[in-house]
Write a new protein. Structure first.
Length: 385
């Protein structure tokens, strides 16, 4: 019921229920990125035997197999095979260093012979270099595929006329991604070492861009982007943790200020004159207590996180003095700096047997020390006599 000019014959389509159902199913299949011929009238995907036997799904984005893509793919497959072989040799080398009869497959490099230790370290360094090389060529391969896909989707821009904003944003993002990769290429050509963290970040950006373009994104009917949901949920959990930590530290600062201010007031009651810095601290604490009440009321109002952020942002911008100082970034940053530089005792994890042995050693030390002190005391009294 689609005419040659692209319009729809609604009158003819509505007269036939079966045709209308088939038309709706076809539209639903196209909306979900599927081939309308692969979906039956009941809305189920009728996958061919080859796809059904292997459990494969339809991919939404089709990319032309160009010579550049094939060349990069062959190079990448060769590097992956070399990496797999190097990993096998490295694993065999590590297994040769494990002591016979050991219940745990762990290697203590300090107890190995210098020759074997040097071989393991050299093998580990070569393996890491090969992994970075594979990551680099994987990024190069994926960028070439993204370019081919965008070039095929946009086509001749002068003939097509208007380009949607989203397509222009995709092209701009690809340009930024390509510029980062070109800078890595220049570093490699100059013989510089590329940081593995930079490669990891660029690889993550490439994978995320591919996912948003629909490349290697498989769908069958109505599906959800599980990777996007995981990223959103993990980001939500991380932001919630940071928010709870922020409010927890703010309450901790307010409590410490109240305790310190009460101690200052107690000293003033017994005749001590507060210094200007201490007077300012007491006044600031009193103001924080007064402003903390409306702060808590706004916080417990059932608003969305965005609503709370807008309200608190407006208060900080237009009424900075009406905001508790213990919930500002300045004081929070000072507390974080103090906690990072403060010396804290690091507990040593010990087993029950080690704790018992340490307790016996401490008891023996105290017994010997007290005996020595008692002997010195008795001998001192004898000399006096």
């Amino acid at each position: 019921y689609v005419r040659d000019d692209g319009t729809i014959d609604w009158d003819g389509a509505l007269q036939d229920r079966a045709a209308l159902k088939k038309f709706g199913t076809s539209v639903w299949a196209r909306i979900n990125g599927q081939d309308e011929d692969s979906v039956d009238a009941d809305g189920d995907a009728a996958a061919d035997d080859s796809h059904a036997s292997h459990g494969e799904k339809k991919v939404t984005a089709k990319i032309a197999d160009t010579d550049a893509i094939r060349e990069k793919k062959e190079k990448l497959d060769t590097l992956k095979a070399e990496l797999k072989e190097m990993d096998k040799k490295h694993t065999a080398l590590l297994n040769s260093a494990v002591s016979a009869g050991s219940a745990v497959a762990a290697v203590n490099l300090a107890t190995l012979k210098p020759e074997l230790r040097s071989k393991i370290r050299s093998s580990s360094d070569e393996l890491e270099k090969k992994k970075d090389q594979v990551t680099y060529h994987t990024i190069s391969y994926e960028i070439e595929r993204i370019y081919t896909y965008l070039d095929g989707e946009l086509g001749n821009t002068s003939a097509n006329g208007y380009i949607p904003l989203q397509d222009r944003l995709n092209v701009a993002e690809f340009g930024l991604l390509e510029s980062q990769f070109v800078s890595l290429e220049e570093q490699i050509k100059q013989g510089e070492i590329v940081d593995a963290d930079v490669l990891a970040v660029l690889s993550d950006q490439t994978v995320d861009f591919k996912r948003r373009l629909g490349i290697d994104y498989y769908v069958t009917g109505l599906t959800f982007d599980q990777e996007a949901i995981k990223m959103w949920s993990s980001d939500l959990v991380e932001k919630s943790k940071r928010g709870l930590a922020f409010y927890g530290k703010g309450v901790q600062l307010l409590w410490n200020d109240c305790v310190f201010s009460l101690s200052l007031i107690g000293r003033a009651l017994v005749g001590y004159t507060l210094k200007p810095r201490e007077v300012r601290t007491v006044r600031r604490t009193f103001k924080d207590i007064l402003t903390f009440i409306p702060f808590v009321i706004i916080l417990i109002i059932p608003l969305s996180p965005v609503g709370h952020a807008l309200v608190f942002g407006a208060i900080q911008r237009f009424f900075p003095d009406a905001f508790p100082s213990c919930f500002t970034e300045r004081r929070q940053n000072l507390l974080n700096l103090y906690e990072s530089t403060e010396f804290t005792q690091v507990p040593v994890k010990e087993t029950t047997q080690e704790k018992f042995v340490r307790l016996l050693e401490a008891f023996g030390f105290l017994l010997v020390d007290n005996t020595k002190k008692a002997f010195n005391k008795v001998s001192g009294k004898g000399e006096e006599k």
